[in-house]
Ligand binder design. Structure first.
Ligand SMILES: [Zn+2]
Length: 319
């Protein structure tokens, strides 16, 4: 469940998607989102009656294991007991987790991290998120909202605002949104430059404009990617310093730019991490599953939890 669309699918135990369904995310309230999810589930179950569990990855702060969604800056739902509602209406064991967590689970189980037990997965798109897998277990913290890496403070001297209401968060410095904002400022300062020309004016510039300009070799756009990579590398270095993973996987919409993003990010990460000359640095690798990671991870998390007889499937919602 994202800010703009809900992707559904039937996922097998080895992480294959054998059916898909999709709907726009309703903007009204939590009840309309639940109705849209329920309709997708019904459609998929009609064609696949052997479905044995429901898994949901939802944007926002999601309590684990209750699957109670507290708040999401880009969605209309608030205080939504999604796991309890879906378990009751479907009659199936259900898990609900944060979207970055389920994507991280998919990459660790069957993606770029397959075969590893200590993996950090960082998502860079409109926002910045992360999932941390330690000894093959997703790190969730006391209530389920651990590893909100997009909101760790990386710059205390900036006025760059974040969707969470603070300034200087990693997401405010190193997301697609941050890239678009920095590009608008750069184009306003140089109205005859490539960026302004490509977009037809500074105010029309998006992250995509910068990507297109950088791909054609525009030095201003490349400089913006270097800045983004600088901040992202600091965030990744802090995660590696904290969690000592075997590898770090980078995923999300901005990853389509490949080395434009990876090269400056790696340089900044290697420079910032604790004791780089005294350790083997975990490699920073692109993800394998692309935009399907959330869907696959939600399904695998439901099946893995079901077959481990985890108490999550019997949890009562928090009030
Ligand atoms: Zn923030």
């Amino acid at each position: 469940v994202g800010g703009t669309k809900i992707s559904g699918g039937v996922v097998t135990r080895d992480g294959q998607i054998i059916a898909r369904a999709q709907a726009a995310t309703p903007r009204e309230d939590g009840a309309s989102v639940v109705a849209a999810i329920s309709q997708l589930i019904d459609t998929l179950r009609e064609a696949h009656p052997l479905v044995e569990a429901i898994g949901v990855g939802a944007a926002g702060m999601v309590d684990w294991p209750s699957g109670h969604i507290r708040w999401a800056p880009n969605n209309s739902y608030r205080r939504l007991p999604l796991r309890a509602v879906l378990a009751e209406t479907t009659g199936l064991p259900t898990v609900v987790d944060n979207d970055a967590n389920v994507a991280a689970w998919a990459e660790t189980r069957v993606g770029a991290g397959a075969g590893h037990r200590h993996v950090v997965v960082v998502t860079v798109g409109t926002g910045v998120g992360a999932g941390v897998v330690i000894d093959n277990i997703l790190l969730r913290g006391h209530t389920g909202i651990a590893a909100e890496v997009g909101h760790i403070q990386v710059d205390t001297n900036t006025s760059a605002h974040c969707g969470c209401g603070k300034t200087g968060c990693l997401e405010a410095m190193a997301s697609g949104t941050a890239l678009g904002r920095a590009a608008q400022a750069a184009a306003a300062a140089d109205p005859t430059g490539t960026l302004a020309k490509l977009a037809g004016g500074a105010s029309n510039i998006t992250g995509e404009t910068v990507t297109n300009a950088a791909t054609t070799g525009d030095p201003t756009a490349r400089c913006l990617f270097d800045q983004l990579g600088y901040w992202l590398g600091i965030g990744i270095a802090n995660l590696v310093t904290l969690f000592d993973p075997e590898l770090v996987i980078l995923t999300g919409g901005l990853l389509t730019t490949g080395d434009l993003l990876l090269t400056p990010t790696r340089a900044s990460y290697h420079h910032t991490v604790f004791a780089p000359s005294h350790r083997t640095l975990p490699p920073l690798l692109p993800a394998h599953l692309g935009t399907d990671a959330g869907l696959i991870g939600a399904g695998l998390l439901a099946l893995d939890t079901l077959h481990s007889h985890h108490p999550a499937l019997h949890a009562t919602p928090t009030p």
